[in-house]
Design a protein around this ligand. Structure first.
Ligand code: 5RP
Length: 226
């Protein structure tokens, strides 16, 4: 099975957790895109009477193009379920997210949902978080200050750029700094360290937030629970 096939498989499986009339959070990234496509197809077929909130402009646009009702979080502040991908998942269901730069809005939408289900292919499952760089969303003006603090914490920060060298900006208009710090042996401590820096709006560690992980691999889709 290719990685894309695994993403499609797990995206389709996640749709089974969406019930008629639910308020649904739509995640961001290629696996979430598979979920959104599968959800829209099911909705077109069964008329699920669902309303959605998206964690990025791209997912909102995609959902609407596919016929889903996508509204803002102020219109729909409480969600029944949020389904999103991740860059890494550890055995405690802690995550690194933000490879697509959407971790701030993703954390807001996840925090607004009663249930947070993560959809990944098996390459995302790790024993210890940290092979994937930890992304931080940073206020533009604070970049030099935050970078200098991150260097002192030995977190090896690097501002995210596009291939043409231009600044990568989030949907909220902030910079992203990726920390190439290696293994994160104490995720709670790292989260505290970065959260306390003035100018850091949010970080990509999602700790104790996940209710279920669906993992697609050679044996189909398996579940990881807390
Ligand atoms: C975006 C995210 C994504 O969920 C994460 O990067 C996984 O993406 P993909 O499904 O494309 O591998 O956190 O900010």
């Amino acid at each position: 099975m290719t990685q894309d096939e695994a993403k499609a498989l797990v995206g389709k499986r996640a749709v089974e957790f969406v019930e008629d009339g639910m308020r649904v959070g739509l995640g961001t990234g290629s696996t979430s895109t598979m979920f959104i496509r599968a959800l829209a197809a099911r909705n077109a077929e069964k008329s699920l009477n669902i309303r959605c909130v998206a964690s990025s402009d791209a997912s909102a646009k995609l959902g609407r193009e596919l016929g889903l009702e996508v509204v803002s979080l102020s219109e729909l502040p409480e969600l029944d379920i949020y389904i999103d991908g991740a860059d890494e998942v550890d055995p405690q269901l802690n995550l690194i997210k933000g490879g697509g730069g959407a971790m701030l809005r993703e954390k807001i939408v996840a925090s607004s949902a009663k249930r947070f289900i993560v959809v990944v292919d098996s390459t995302k499952v790790v024993q210890t978080l940290g092979k994937f760089p930890l992304p931080l969303e940073v206020i533009k003006m604070a970049l030099p200050l935050v970078t200098s603090h991150l260097e002192k914490l030995h977190l090896n920060p690097k501002q995210r750029k596009h291939a043409d060298g231009s600044d990568y900006l989030t949907d909220e208009g902030n910079f992203v700094v990726d920390c190439y710090a290696g293994k994160i042996s104490d995720p709670a401590k790292t989260a505290d360290n970065v959260r306390n820096l003035v100018g850091v709006v949010e970080h990509g560690l999602f700790l104790g937030m996940t209710n279920l992980v669906l993992i697609a691999g050679e044996n189909g889709v398996t579940e990881l629970k807390p």
